[in-house]
Structure formats: structure tokens, C-alpha cells
Design a protein around this ligand. Structure first.
Ligand SMILES: Nc1ncnc2c1ncn2[C@@H]1O[C@H](COP(=O)(O)OP(=O)(O)OP(=O)(O)O)[C@@H](O)[C@H]1O
Ligand SMILES: [Mg+2]
Length: 274
């Protein structure tokens, strides 16, 4: 394990831009489906305003863990709190974004974004909030277009705007850029950092892209099962604190070193000449 890795219980201090962002605590979280143990003993403290990336082999339980945090599913054991109070059922303090934008095809981007507003939002206030968000994600000019009239990246931006509409304290993103081309993906990563600065929220992001994790996150959490006992389910194998203030240099040597370590943790050999 690298010197940059810490014990699973490590936390970061609260960043100054975190007003409105909420901390998340997972204590002994486990999930069993029928007799199959998927997750066990997940302990993690996420500070308000932090960005945490979750990585791990396909099928190890990353999406399952996100579902527990957002209240879409209940843990079989353990406890999850947001801002100190338990998550019980779908939790409106948390917004979820997925790999596919899940927009309603017959609604404009503006009206899709509106769907994310809290119930009871006054019309004028809602319209202003949607306008502000679409500007933030670079869609100010495209608000009247329908999903089929825009690119995948634009649709994903609208989906992000919709997720932010109710000012969630926690934003949970499951492979949000996984379906996008490489260049759009890099642009979306920068956009997400802009959004994080402008809209204080805690971000928990699942990604298969180690470089993306290292570019965006304060900490990278590797989930996986013990290779000696795969039937015991996945838990946290390592937590890597990523050095350097954002925005980071994508070519940074320290990040390159951490990349090799994380790929190794994922069971992928990363050949590098030295
Ligand atoms: N509702 C369910 N009922 C039964 N098994 C489930 C259910 N949801 C998830 N699982 C199982 O839990 C395991 C973890 O699934 P999950 O979708 O969380 O993996 P993942 O890490 O997100 O994978 P990927 O990287 O491919 O998205 C899988 O074996 C899956 O079949
Ligand atoms: Mg998944």
C-alpha cells in the first residue's frame, strides 16, 4: 500500500466551499441478496464538500453501495447517515446521476431540468434556478432543444443540471461519463469541477477510469473482495488520498505513480518503463 494510502476511517477536513454540502457516514454497511454476500463491513466517513471516487472490479458492488447511500436500497447490516441523521428510504438530501442521462424525450432540456426542482418551488424562482443551472453546465443556448436534438455530452449535462436542481447536499454519480467519447469525457470532468465549486455539494462518484478518479477525487476508495475469500463479499481494500489541489495536472508524476498502484489493486498490471 502506498504512503499516500490511509486507513479506511481517515477523513479530510471540511473544505471552505462546503456550505450546503453534507457529510456522509457509512458504518459496518453490508448487503446480502438471498444468500449471496455482495458487500460487508464498509466503514467510510465522507466530509461535507469532499469528492470521493469509488473504484472496483465489475460486479463488486459499487452501484449497490451508491443505492444504499441514496436510499434506493437498504443495507442488510450497518448504518448510513447523511449529516448525522439516518438514510431511511429515498433521501431527498441526495441526488443521483447515472451513465445514461434518463431524460424524458418529449420534454425540452429546460423542462427536463425543471423536473429536479423540489416540489412546491414557486414558478418564477424555479425558472430562474433552471436558467442558472443550464448556464452553469454550458447549455444556456440549448434550453429549448429536446434530448434527441443534442449530443450525448449535452444530454449528460442536462441530466447533471436536473440532479443539482434541488441543491442536494450529496450528489451520487454512477459512471456518469462512462458512455461518452474520450474528449467529451475530459471536458465533463472539468465541468464537474466547475459545478462543485459553484454548487457546494459532496460528490460520491463511481468510475472505471482510474485517471478520472485521480483527476477529480480527494480520495479514491478501492472496493473489492478478498481474493482468498471471494464469497465473503467486497469491502474497502484501500483508500488513497490524492495529493494536489484541483485542477490537477493530468500528466503529474505522482498521479502516474498512484495510477499504477490503483491498477495493481484492481488486478491490472500497468507496465511502465523505469
Ligand atoms: N437486486 C438485486 N438482487 C440480486 N442481486 C443483486 C441485486 N442488485 C445487485 N445484485 C448483485 O450484486 C452484485 C454487485 O452488483 P453491482 O451492480 O453493485 O456491481 P458494480 O460494482 O456496480 O458492477 P459494474 O461495475 O459492472 O457496474 C452483482 O453480483 C449483482 O448481481
Ligand atoms: Mg455498477
Amino acid at each position: 500500500m502506498s504512503t499516500a494510502s490511509t486507513s479506511p476511517s481517515a477523513t479530510l477536513s471540511q473544505p471552505s466551499s462546503s456550505a450546503g454540502a453534507l457529510g456522509v457516514r457509512l458504518s459496518g454497511v453490508g448487503r446480502t441478496f438471498d444468500s449471496k454476500v455482495v458487500l460487508r463491513d464498509v466503514d467510510l466517513d465522507i466530509a461535507a464538500g469532499e469528492i470521493v471516487a469509488l473504484i472496483g472490479a465489475s460486479g463488486c458492488g459499487k452501484s449497490t453501495l451508491l443505492r444504499q447511500i441514496s436510499g434506493l436500497d437498504q443495507p442488510s447490516t450497518g448504518r448510513i447517515t447523511i449529516d448525522g441523521s439516518p438514510v431511511a428510504g429515498i433521501d431527498l438530501r441526495c441526488s443521483v446521476g447515472f451513465q445514461e442521462p434518463r431524460l424524458l424525450p418529449w420534454r425540452s432540456l429546460e423542462h427536463n431540468t425543471e423536473l429536479g426542482l423540489p416540489r412546491g418551488t414557486a414558478k418564477g424562482e424555479g425558472r430562474e434556478r433552471v436558467r442558472e443551472l443550464l448556464r452553469l453546465v454550458g447549455l444556456g443556448h440549448a434550453s429549448g432543444l429536446r434530448p434527441r436534438q443534442v449530443s450525448g455530452g449535452m444530454a449528460q449535462r442536462a441530466s447533471l443540471a436536473r440532479a443539482l436542481a434541488r441543491r442536494p447536499g450529496v450528489l451520487v454519480l454512477d459512471e456518469p461519463f462512462g458512455a461518452l467519447d474520450a474528449l467529451t469525457r475530459l471536458q465533463m470532468q472539468d465541468l464537474l469541477l466547475d459545478v462543485h465549486s459553484a454548487e457546494p455539494t459532496t460528490i460520491i462518484l463511481v468510475t472505471h477510469d482510474v485517471d478520472e478518479a485521480l483527476y477529480l477525487a480527494d480520495r479514491v476508495v478501492l472496493l473489492g473482495a478478498d481474493p482468498q475469500a471471494p464469497a465473503d463479499g467486497a469491502t474497502i481494500r484501500s483508500i488513497t488520498v490524492v495529493p494536489g489541489a484541483r485542477p490537477r495536472d493530468r500528466g503529474d508524476a505522482t498521479l502516474a505513480h498512484l495510477r499504477v498502484e490503483l491498477l495493481d489493486g484492481l488486478g491490472v498490471s500497468a507496465h511502465h518503463s523505469s
